[in-house]
Design a protein around this ligand. Structure first.
Ligand SMILES: NC(=O)c1ccc[n+]([C@@H]2O[C@H](COP(=O)([O-])OP(=O)(O)OC[C@H]3O[C@@H](n4cnc5c(N)ncnc54)[C@H](OP(=O)(O)O)[C@@H]3O)[C@@H](O)[C@H]2O)c1
Length: 340
């Protein structure tokens, strides 16, 4: 495929925006034609104005990109079709409907439009059919918005998708969430160093709402979310109750059989990887895998009574955020033949 689609990254300097820029730097289908953040950065080069937090080098191809103002006409003039949004939800709430009305195809990390009935929360491996909701927004005559889930929910949805067949009726989930999940600069170091905080505003309600919408299931959900002093990667421990009888081997087998449904550049061949290693998984593996950060790792499977327990780890800013959005855009391009 020679032709590339011009894309914009809005909120390009933040934690999620940086992952967009890193993953799009040499993307086979997409070209970063426009990058924007808050107004004070206009005219500066990306490398000079970004406080780079990723544990990977900034690709040289994005260093000299000039930051632009957030302007619909300029984006159109730059040939932008797809907009990747890493805006805070309160800014996205205003900006994203306007972008859609201007005909852009938005792939957003913000929660602003996630719960609209005609806006999918898409994870291609689990609910690709929900991509068709873009037609209810008016596509192909207008733009549309596709969101990805909250980062914790993304990891949970990936691990649960192949287990849906056991008819999950109850989910107990505890999360141990990294500080990058709060964006940059995020929490004060005095609050989080050598400490854990058992409250993340709005997070538990998001998990409950989103897991039901994504997987089209209706279990009881009991969540606790905790911020821990880790840079990247959210660890989650889960107990499930199912209508069907399930054993440890059934769960491990279901993850092994969970193969890619569609061939996309940012989709790993094996999207959920299990290990029986006693101390697996851990946030320090957040950038493992190919593509890096896109695999959800599982372990510690155990059964007690009629409950199945396990642990999982998801890279919150890659699979749980920007990488998920890029994968969603790839799914759209492939399903709707944009590069043909
Ligand atoms: N971090 C995660 O793990 C994660 C996971 C899933 C979803 N999300 C969601 O993704 C979004 C971005 O999160 P983040 O963690 O990357 O946040 P962040 O680090 O605070 O970055 C926010 C970005 O938005 C820009 N911005 C802020 N106000 C703006 C305005 N008025 N106009 C234009 N640009 C503005 C910022 O630009 P300046 O730098 O110039 O201020 C920055 O580039 C949020 O909606 C968040 O809930 C985050």
């Amino acid at each position: 495929m020679e032709k590339k689609i011009n894309v914009a990254v809005i909120g390009a300097t933040g934690a999620v925006g940086q992952v967009f820029m890193w993953m799009l730097a040499d993307h086979p289908w997409f070209n970063v034609a426009y990058a924007t953040a808050s107004a004070s950065r206009v005219g500066l080069t990306y490398s000079s104005t970004t406080h780079w937090i990723l544990p990977l080098e900034m690709p040289s191809s994005i260093k000299d990109i000039e930051m632009k103002e957030f302007n619909f006409d300029s984006m159109k003039e730059a040939g932008v079709q797809i907009v990747f949004s890493a805006l805070p939800a309160n800014i996205a709430r205003e900006a994203e409907p306007q972008l859609r009305a201007h005909g852009f195809y938005i792939f957003s990390n913000a929660a602003a439009m996630r719960y609209d009935s005609n806006v999918p929360i898409l994870i291609p491996e689990t609910n690709l059919e929900q991509l068709d909701l873009i037609r209810d927004q008016g596509y192909p005559n207008t733009g549309f918005c596709v969101t990805n889930a909250n980062c914790v929910t993304t990891g949970l949805a990936m691990a649960l998708a192949p287990l849906r067949k056991f008819k999950i009726n109850t989910i107990h989930i505890n999360s141990y969430q990294s500080v990058s999940g709060a964006g940059y600069p995020g929490l004060s170091s005095l609050d989080i160093t050598d400490n854990c905080i058992p409250f993340i505003n709005g997070e538990e309600a998001k998990i409950e709402k989103e897991i039901k919408k994504i997987l089209s299931i209706d279990p009881e959900v009991y969540a606790f979310t905790v911020r821990v002093p880790v840079m990247f990667g959210h660890l989650e421990t889960v107990w499930l109750e199912c209508d069907e009888e399930v054993n440890e081997e059934d769960v491990i087998e279901a993850w092994k059989d969970f193969k890619v449904v569609t061939d996309l550049p940012s989709t790993p061949e094996q999207p959920v990887v299990y290990s029986s290693e006693q101390t697996f998984p851990q946030p320090k593996y957040a950038f493992w895998g190919n593509p890096r950060g896109m695999v959800v790792y599982t372990g510690r499977v155990k059964k007690k009574g009629n409950k199945i327990g396990f642990a999982l780890m998801v890279n919150n800013i890659v699979k749980g955020a920007a990488g998920g959005s890029i994968q969603n855009a790839e799914a759209f391009v492939k399903e709707y033949g944009l590069l043909e």
